[in-house]
Ligand binder design. Structure first.
Ligand SMILES: Cc1cc2nc3c(=O)[nH]c(=O)nc-3n(C[C@H](O)[C@H](O)[C@H](O)COP(=O)(O)OP(=O)(O)OC[C@H]3O[C@@H](n4cnc5c(N)ncnc54)[C@H](O)[C@@H]3O)c2cc1C
Length: 508
């Protein structure tokens, strides 16, 4: 699809306009080719994860074909909270700023029991950060900005109304059968990245499964439009007076829209609960009798925590919801999927495409050691997290809530949704083991690599040479042969640090 296929500024409309965007189907030359056309990397699915990966790969000089069975952005109320780490990745991809400009930034959450605040937390207590802890932004806006960016990059082709219907994996790639409104065609892919969502037809086509647990509870989402004075914070209630014996969650979204989640219980009838006559009194009870609002969207959802045993199957790699599904509480779905994409993009450097499998495969090594953060929602880490997430419902014993009012330690026992945190890629081929003390004097000496790198940004070939020199030097240092690049990092003669800063920005 080419940018000219769409009117200018179509992505900058309001919520209704953006959800109404219909991407045109275009016949591709591949459909008339005598033999299946060859593509190095094919991404199945133009959701947030597939689009993020496509942009990342294209920015690294890797041409990529994206196939999507639909021709629209996400509709209605899905992902809402996008975390700082995700924004940092999108900043690198040139798409963070419009999202932050449009989104509602927040750092503070409050937890209530009945109508009393138990405690509050600040996810970003320090000042000076470029990005907030979270922004709230409707998923369709997020996807709109990603598609808009993707269309600016010559290396990306997106084919809408192209449904992957069959796959024949081989050692060196796979043959895909693609269905279109004008019939089926086949193409060859060197790599297939399946970002086709939680139901993942690709999993089915490959005879693979996602295992885990479906939770026996139902939640109502009611998005209402109103002018309200609530601050831009996350408010979570246990057993509130307006919705007894259940939980409730309130988030502010752009365009004066507020997302309210009401826990309903497993026995609730989803069709009944979606009726305005059932929803409006619930919302009115929360907002007060004088509040004026209109209902924008309502849906009832259940959730499951599911994951595949392995995400890498030869030349077919699963990412995002296709690989692992988590509860919407805590906003980890798209946030963890974007980090999958970041990981895959990082590993798929032009000079060593096999690193995709090597890197991701290492992530999945059963014995891989996971260190650091509480919940690294990344490829391998999700394996470990699975059992933790099975307890993912926001439930908590009442005495704990009472204790949490006064005592910090008890707050850690309160689960009002485990919020997304950055992943740590300990299995990545780009990391070296932490075998000695990191006590060298880190002094940035002559600016050789950065200056040359930035000069090289203008010339991809020169950039590739610089990258390859840096890589060769990294290998030399790892092998204990010392550095040939003078002045990258001066360790002051102390023990050599194994983790070195490396240029993060590759040429666009
Ligand atoms: C109520 C709710 C609230 C949520 N809130 C949050 C939140 O606040 N923060 C957060 O991070 N996450 C949240 N999530 C999760 C988030 O929506 C998902 O994690 C995210 O959409 C996953 O992105 P994806 O790209 O992996 O898959 P998807 O967004 O599902 O995209 C998959 C794409 O693949 C395409 N496709 C499917 N089959 C084929 C095929 N055979 N051929 C070609 N294309 C195909 C589909 O059309 C689709 O475009 C929420 C989810 C729900 C339901």
């Amino acid at each position: 699809m080419k940018p000219l296929d769409l009117p200018a500024d179509v992505f900058r409309g309001d919520g209704a306009a953006v959800q109404a965007i219909a991407f045109p189907y275009r016949r591709s030359a591949d459909q008339d080719a005598a033999a299946p056309a060859k593509h190095r990397i094919v991404i199945v699915g133009a959701g947030p994860v597939g689009l993020t990966l496509a942009i990342d790969l294209a920015q690294r000089g890797q041409p990529v074909l994206v196939l999507d069975n639909d021709h629209k952005l996400s509709i209605g109320s899905r992902a809402l909270c996008f975390a700082k780490r995700t924004l940092e990745i999108w900043d690198r991809l040139g798409v963070g700023q419009p999202m932050v400009d449009k989104g509602v930034s927040w750092n503070v959450g409050r937890v209530f029991f009945h109508d009393e605040q138990v405690y509050q937390f600040d996810l970003l207590p320090e000042s000076g950060h470029e990005r907030p802890a979270f922004i709230n932004l409707q998923q369709y806006y997020c996807e709109a900005y990603l598609v808009e960016r993707a269309l600016q990059l010559p290396g990306i082709e997106i084919r809408w109304h192209n449904t992957v219907k069959g796959i024949a994996p081989r050692e060196d790639g796979a043959t895909l059968t693609v269905g279109t409104p004008e019939g089926d065609y086949r193409l060859e892919a060197g790599w297939v990245i399946a970002c086709d969502g939680s139901r993942s037809p690709m999993r089915g086509l490959m005879g693979l499964e996602s295992k885990g647990r479906i939770f026996h509870d139902r939640f109502l989402i009611a998005d209402v439009k109103m002018r309200a004075q609530f601050p831009a914070e996350r408010w979570f209630w246990f057993d509130p007076p307006f919705h007894p014996n259940q939980s409730g969650l309130l988030h502010r979204e752009p365009d004066d829209v507020w997302r309210i989640d009401f826990q309903l219980g497993w026995d609730a009838d989803p069709e009944e609960e979606k009726k305005p006559e059932k929803i409006l009194p619930r919302v009115q009870a929360l907002l007060g009798p004088d509040a004026k609002f209109t209902l924008e969207w309502a849906s009832v959802y259940t959730f499951a925590c599911l994951r595949m045993d392995r995400f890498v199957h030869g030349r077919v790699i699963f990412a995002g919801d296709a690989a692992h599904g988590v509860s919407p509480f805590g906003a980890r779905g798209a946030n963890s999927g974007v980090q999958d994409a970041d990981n895959l993009g990082l590993e798929a450097r032009p000079r060593d495409p096999r690193a995709v499998a090597r890197g991701a495969g290492r992530e999945l090594r059963p014995g891989a050691r996971i260190r650091g953060r509480r919940e690294p929602p990344q490829l391998d880490a999700l394996h470990r997290l699975h059992h933790a997430q099975e307890r993912d419902q926001p439930v908590v014993p009442r005495p704990v809530l009472a204790l949490a009012r006064e005592h910090e330690f008890a707050r850690r026992l309160v689960n009002s949704g485990r919020l997304s945190v950055p992943a740590t890629l300990h299995g990545s081929a780009l990391n070296t083991p932490d075998v000695d003390a990191f006590d060298g004097r880190m002094v940035l000496a002559r600016r050789w690599p950065m200056r040359r790198c930035s000069a090289a940004m203008a010339a991809p070939r020169a950039a590739a040479r610089v990258r390859s020199r840096l890589h060769a030097d990294r290998l030399r240092r790892r092998a204990g042969l010392g550095s040939r690049i003078a002045g990258t990092v001066d360790t002051g003669g102390g023990p050599r640090p194994h983790r070195r800063p490396r240029p993060r920005r590759w040429p666009a």
